[in-house]
Design a binder for this molecule. Structure first.
Ligand code: CP3
Length: 342
């Protein structure tokens, strides 16, 4: 029996959509916080294969989601390329910045990332043994533009200003950086698939700040390059694309990039998406993560509305972005019961 998530990614419409949740292993779960404390800190947890597999499994045990997403982070690729990376508690990631040719020159070639990332591949191998037979294993990476925004600024930014500035002031360097990340991402995702990932997802969290031709060149084109390379090496392994906040640029994105499904952020109107996107590819999403904090009748109503709106085609239920640390684990159960029980 083929796993539910894989059936939907092949285009099947199921009576009850499969469900998983972005950031399903995370700080809203007490068992996650305990394991992170055991590891010491977030990055140590990412590189400890046994504990990373354990936190990946925690939401599967607690809720029986249809998919498990590898526990890791999109910023491990910059680190594997040679950037410094650390996390400041309560603030987020910090990296050494890339704004000049001299910053870029010492970065490693794309095919030299594997030694650094070998614990991640080991996490996947453990998961292929330990996951329930019906659970799909998802690997992932950040899309080149989103990863570049962190590498250029050295931190998360509200408007991706430093990356837009480099693009304007030194386009050759900006494009060389994107190309390096693109090549490294192909290598990384390829190895994730060889280690057991059955689906991979490309997170372009800041795609929405690329407008017009910039979107096509720096969000769409790199996704197309990555997907084409993965399809050549691993035919049949589905790719989910998440060009977050792309708005109308979601239209045609799956066809243009070769993605098998589109993950929708919660600014996308479900009725519009059912009409304009779901005819081209399966869709995933798109409940606002805030409902996991507030719960109640509004959660139930909105969950039902999304399930109903996408019921005419292939749909994977998910949030429109990651669950936040202040979410109540009981609200997650209520969402799942609503999806599965009507
Ligand atoms: O979804 C999952 O459960 C899989 C694991 C995963 C994490 N990050 C774990 C994580 C995935 C898929 C990511 C993706 C990621 N990481 C993105 C793209 C998706 C998105 O949210 O837009 C981005 C932009 C990052 C970079 C990143 N990692 C930031 C900005 C932060 C700090 C903000 C925060 O939430 O604290 C992280 C840290 C991070 N990545 C945590 C987790 C569970 C929290 C770390 C902790 O435990 O303290």
């Amino acid at each position: 029996m083929t796993k539910k998530l894989l059936r939907v990614l092949k285009g099947e419409t199921l009576d009850v959509p499969p469900i998983w949740m972005m950031r399903q292993a995370g700080r809203y779960l007490p068992e996650y916080r305990a394991t992170r404390a055991e590891a010491g800190d977030f990055l140590s947890l990412c590189y400890n294969s046994d504990l990373a597999a354990e936190v990946t499994l925690q939401p599967i045990r607690r809720y029986g989601f249809d998919a498990a997403i590898l526990f890791a982070d999109i910023l491990l690729i910059p680190q594997a390329l040679g950037a410094d990376l650390w996390f400041v508690t309560g603030e987020g990631p910090r990296l050494s910045t890339i704004t000049t040719e001299a910053d870029f020159a010492p970065l490693k070639p794309a095919d030299e990332v594997h030694e650094h990332l070998s614990p991640i591949y080991e996490t996947l191998r453990i998961l292929t043994r330990e996951l329930p037979a019906e659970t799909t294993l998802i690997g992932f990476a950040g899309a080149p533009w989103t990863v570049a925004t962190y590498m250029i600024a050295g931190r998360g930014t509200k408007d991706q200003g430093p990356a837009h500035a480099l693009k304007a002031e030194n386009r050759a360097l900006f494009e060389a950086l994107l190309d390096r990340i693109t090549a490294a991402t192909i290598e990384y995702l390829s190895k994730q698939i060889e280690a057991g990932a059955e689906v991979v997802k490309l997170f372009d969290s800041w795609a929405g700040s690329l407008k017009g031709e910039d979107f096509d060149r720096y969000a769409l084109a790199p996704a197309k390059t990555i997907i084409a390379a993965l399809k050549a090496r691993h035919p049949g392994v589905p790719v989910i694309a998440f060009p977050r906040e792309a708005g109308e640029k979601y239209v045609g994105f799956a066809r243009a990039t070769g993605a098998d499904a589109l993950a929708l952020d919660n600014s996308v109107d479900a009725v519009w998406a059912a009409e304009h996107l779901q005819k081209d590819s399966p869709v995933q999403g798109n409940l606002a993560p805030g409902h996991m904090v507030t719960g109640g009748a509004a959660l139930v109503e909105e969950t039902r509305r999304i399930v109903q709106t996408f019921s005419g085609g292939p749909h994977i239920f998910n949030l429109g972005h990651g669950i936040t640390p202040d979410a109540d684990p009981e609200n997650v159960q209520l969402m799942i019961d609503t999806v599965r029980g009507g």
